[in-house]
Write a protein that binds this ligand. Structure first.
Ligand code: DX5
Ligand code: ZN
Length: 216
């Protein structure tokens, strides 16, 4: 069964704890936390402080998506704050293998992220070392953008490589996910769906989560 990871980027930050409890009760599987630094992406969001504040509020795994330059510098802080998964962009890592090993040595599940224009072939050598591959289905930086259709064949290609090599990493998609795009992604092989606006902007979060999981 596909896992749903609501992105708190679209939540009401003045009552973040309640927002997280609401999606947990609504059937969310992971909580997705978008970290942006104003350099790798043109937006600034949150850091380890928020991860640490959220940790005691929920039992769900915290899925931390780093959209920052120089991620190596902050891995330990995010691990100590309570991240369960830390994903780094391949476009931001000069020594990706070292970064992935470092995340693992901190006791955290390592993930690697690809922008929509970055080919899957870039990460072929690292597939056996990661617990998660996140394929961006929008250009990172903001919630509420439109799904980029050309990522669907990338999901299929990654799913094929995963099967050929007998690997078990999760395939996560992020950006523009609603019931229709969710179905395309799961059919192509996605195992985790990140959704921000579709879940947090809907009045009934449980219904929104169910629609992503089981279809409308
Ligand atoms: C975009 C972030 C996403 C974002 C998705 O840079 O990585 O996680 O919150 O938002 P929606 O689901 O609204 O496209
Ligand atoms: Zn994200």
């Amino acid at each position: 069964m596909v896992k749903i990871a609501p992105s708190i980027l679209s939540a009401n930050f003045a009552k973040l704890g309640e927002e997280i409890k609401d999606v947990e009760e609504g059937g969310a599987d992971w909580i997705h936390i978008d970290v942006m630094d104003g350099h790798f992406v043109p937006n600034i969001t949150m850091g380890p402080l928020v991860v640490g504040a959220v940790r005691p509020v929920t039992k769900l795994p915290l899925d931390v998506h780093l959209m920052i330059e120089n991620p190596d510098q902050y891995l330990e802080a995010f691990a100590k704050a309570g991240a369960d998964t830390i994903s780094v962009h391949v476009e931001a890592c000069r020594h990706l293998h070292r970064t992935i090993q470092e995340i693992r040595s901190l006791g955290v599940n390592p993930g690697v992220v690809l922008n929509p224009a970055t080919p899957v072939e870039w990460i072929a050598p690292i597939l056996g070392d990661v617990g998660l591959v996140l394929l961006m289905t929008v250009n990172p930086g903001f919630g509420g953008q439109a799904f980029i259709e050309s990522v669907v064949p990338k999901i299929e290609k990654l799913h094929r490589l995963k099967k050929e090599q007998g690997l078990a990493f999760d395939i996560e998609v992020d950006g523009g996910i609603h019931p229709e795009t969710a179905q395309k992604c799961t059919q192509a092989g996605a195992t985790v769906l990140v959704a921000g606006s579709n879940i947090f902007k809907s009045k009934n979060r449980k219904k929104a989560i169910q629609a992503l999981k089981y279809g409308q």
